[in-house]
Design a binder for this molecule. Structure first.
Ligand SMILES: NC(=O)c1ccc[n+]([C@@H]2O[C@H](COP(=O)([O-])OP(=O)(O)OC[C@H]3O[C@@H](n4cnc5c(N)ncnc54)[C@H](O)[C@@H]3O)[C@@H](O)[C@H]2O)c1
Ligand SMILES: O=c1ccn([C@@H]2O[C@H](COP(=O)(O)OP(=O)(O)O[C@H]3O[C@H](CO)[C@@H](O)[C@H](O)[C@H]3O)[C@@H](O)[C@H]2O)c(=O)[nH]1
Length: 445
């Protein structure tokens, strides 16, 4: 039997999503060429260094560089000549002037690639985009590709979580592919690329382009809503004298509700949930269905109020003013097991407290460099114990294992006052109180 020729893959945009996708596609046995306009990133990836923190990714990257299946370039012509399937993984951040998604990078990638596609190719968007983007992108490709070029566009949103990127890419909960009516090759190309996952029984769903785009933003809207729901319950618990942790646990035993994404605390941040719900609202506005998503405004507002509440609790613990006070902040990344500080609730709180006159020292196991670059105004320490030295209040704002496992007696030797605000409900209140600490958390007595 003659072995079937396997597709060659390009991945355009090698940030958190693209670098993970490229390495994992190579791990699945494909020949992959990753492309980015950032030469520093490409140099780093080419030499086996992941330019961000993602557990397990460096091993996959190194293995596949070594076996020759994975390479990186900055040259679009090389990519166009090499690959049959091109994945677009560039950023779609929030625009500077509105809540909408900035599609500059998606358009730039298509504009650079399409004119070079003079052999049959499938382009698959993976970036998170407003519904309707793919249809516009398909028309753009049709305009720009050489006459007679056989190029088709599909959209396959990505659902990976940072910190679990490799696992989520190799074994996703589901694969969704949106194709235009009459599309001949998009579904076939995605089936080939996803063959091993399909064989493992991972659901493979084929939809129109708009539904695929919507699956992504509605999934993130649902997750954000679940977090803000429990944080709204925390707000009520705070004034009613209830305990939101016990409340969440009791809710979680109802199979219809479940316990995941029901963790109350400082709320959601990162490069996805906040900007995606805002872009979704902006798109609904453009489509004239703004009321359908008006609840997301409340989801966002509840989330922002958690940050303000954390600051208020800390201020209350030190006598009503931050001016001239010494504050320690544990955590800078938007969540543990990541060095991503995009819209980090921890850094937002830290820099507000600093602007209110406190000397703030931040420690994070992986995100210090990124934090320092974005917030040179804050103080930084290279260990947890160094960060809490002389602190009049300690705020735990990202629940790294190192902080969860912290010994209250060890910290007590360093701080000026034994006062802690547990912004992530990560510690055992009884244990800390028993060691002489004034312990406060969001949503608990
Ligand atoms: N980070 C995640 O966990 C995650 C998960 C699912 C979906 N997404 C979505 O994936 C997309 C990428 O997110 P990210 O977190 O990887 O962003 P990122 O900023 O880490 O990476 C984007 C990359 O695209 C590159 N780029 C920009 N313009 C380019 C161009 N014209 N040609 C080639 N490369 C270009 C940038 O240099 C950068 O390296 C976004 O739409 C995001 O919403 C991200
Ligand atoms: O119960 C919870 C769960 C999460 N969070 C916070 O929510 C944010 C987002 O967490 P998570 O979803 O784990 O991180 P991301 O890597 O941003 O992943 C989300 O965003 C990605 C980009 O769109 C999607 O692919 C993922 O499916 C989606 O989970 C973080 O700040 C968490 O601290 C909570 O406050 N409480």
């Amino acid at each position: 039997m003659v072995a079937q020729q396997r597709s060659k893959i390009s991945v355009i945009g090698t940030g958190y999503l693209g670098a993970t996708h490229a390495a994992c596609m190579a791990e699945l046995g494909f020949e992959v060429l990753g492309l980015d306009v950032d030469t520093v990133k490409i140099d780093s990836l080419s030499s086996g260094r992941v330019p961000f923190y993602e557990p397990g990714l460096e091993e996959v990257l190194s293995r596949n560089l070594a076996n020759g299946r994975l390479r990186f370039t900055t040259d679009y012509r090389e990519v166009a000549e090499f690959a049959d399937v091109h994945f677009i993984c560039v950023g779609t951040p929030q625009r500077a002037d509105s809540n909408a998604a900035d599609l500059t990078y998606v358009n730039a990638a298509i504009d650079a690639l399409a004119p070079l596609l003079d052999r049959p190719a499938v382009v698959i968007g993976k970036s998170t985009v407003p519904v309707g983007t793919a249809a516009v992108a398909a028309a753009r490709i049709a305009d720009l590709a050489p006459a007679g070029a056989q190029v088709e566009l599909g959209w396959s949103p990505e659902f990976l979580r940072e910190g679990f990127g490799v696992e989520d890419t190799l074994r996703p909960n589901r694969i969704v592919i949106g194709a235009a009516p009459g599309s001949q090759r998009v579904e076939a190309a995605m089936r080939e690329v996803s063959r091993q996952q399909i064989e493992q029984g991972i659901p493979f769903l084929v939809t129109d382009l708009q539904t695929a785009e919507l699956v992504k933003v509605s999934a993130n809207a649902f997750l954000a809503t679940k977090i803000s729901f429990i944080n709204a319950m925390a707000e009520v618990s705070e004034v009613a004298g209830a305990d939101v942790i016990k409340l969440a646990k009791a809710l979680s035993y109802d199979d219809r509700i479940g316990g995941k994404f029901l963790g109350p605390g400082l709320g959601f941040g990162g490069g996805c949930l906040p900007k995606d719900i805002r872009a979704f609202m902006a798109r609904a506005d453009e489509l004239g269905v703004e009321p359908a998503l008006s609840f997301l405004r409340e989801v966002d507002a509840i989330n922002q109020r958690r940050r303000a509440r954390t600051i208020d609790i800390a201020r209350g613990l030190i006598g009503g003013s931050f001016a001239g006070r010494t504050v320690a902040v544990l955590g800078a990344a938007f969540k543990p097991n990541s060095d991503d500080i995009r819209d980090s609730p921890a850094l937002d709180v830290a820099s507000t407290i600093s602007s209110l006159g406190a000397a703030v020292t931040v420690y994070d196991p992986e995100a210090l460099e990124n934090a320092r670059r974005a917030h040179p105004d804050l103080g930084y320490a290279h260990s947890m114990l160094e960060a809490v030295r002389d602190a009049e209040v300690v705020l735990l704002l990202t629940e790294w294992a190192e902080f969860r496992d912290a010994d209250p007696d060890e910290l007590a030797k360093m701080v000026r006052e034994r006062k802690i605000v547990d912004g992530r409900n990560a510690l055992d209140p009884e244990h800390w109180r028993a060691r002489g600490w004034t312990y406060r958390a969001l949503g608990r007595p």
